[in-house]
Design a protein around this ligand. Structure first.
Ligand code: PRP
Length: 182
């Protein structure tokens, strides 16, 4: 029994992900030239594989920070209750922040965190996401940098989990519905 047996189909392949990380990293490098010490802020845990690949293609002096934020709590639908389990370690006042995410779905997580960082005095707050699922939006939210737009399906892999599993598979795939309907 392999983890891959529970995947119905591959939605974004390893090769496509590598191309996205390179394309967005180069674009961010261009856009943030001249910005003093931008902060690349990863929202744990889902951001880890994408942020790790993306940052290698950002050829600028950036600081790396993390916040541990969760709203799904092991379920396939957002609770809407965005919990900060661990805050970042530095002040954002007057700083340019680029949030790195694996997915924007309902928009609630990013809406909450962007508002929070703005309230804390950040100079700018933008979002780079590997996946954008506009059909899932409950709150209007438009990320500045999007890897790929995906349809309304429950996806796992490359950082995305179902009940804390599947984060370690190297591509993004659609989970077989019988797995979460058990
Ligand atoms: C996932 C993902 C985003 C958020 C997006 O995190 O990493 O942070 O959901 O969904 P939304 O647009 O509907 O708010 P999750 O809460 O599952 O925590 P995790 O990163 O630890 O898996």
């Amino acid at each position: 029994m392999s983890l891959h047996d529970n995947i119905e189909s591959i939605l974004v392949s390893e090769k496509e992900i590598a191309e996205i990380a390179e394309r967005l990293g180069k674009q961010i490098t261009e856009d943030y030239k001249g910005v003093e010490r931008p902060i690349l802020l990863g929202l744990l845990k889902g951001c880890v594989p994408f942020m790790s690949d993306l940052q290698k293609h950002i050829d600028l002096p950036i600081e790396i920070e993390y916040m541990d934020v969760s709203s799904y709590h092991g379920s396939i639908t957002s609770s809407g209750d965005v919990k900060i389990r661990k805050d970042m370690n530095t002040s954002v006042s007057g700083r340019d922040i680029l949030i790195a995410e694996d997915i924007v779905d309902t928009g609630k997580t990013l809406d909450t965190i962007v508002k929070l960082l703005t309230h804390r005095g950040a100079k700018s707050v933008e979002v780079v996401t590997l996946l954008d699922k506009p059909a899932g939006r409950v709150i209007p939210f438009t990320p500045k940098y999007i890897g790929v737009t995906i349809p309304k399906a429950f996806v796992v892999g490359y950082g995305l989990d179902y009940d804390e599993l599947y984060r370690n598979i190297p591509y993004v795939g659609i989970l077989k519905p019988e797995i979460y309907k058990k």
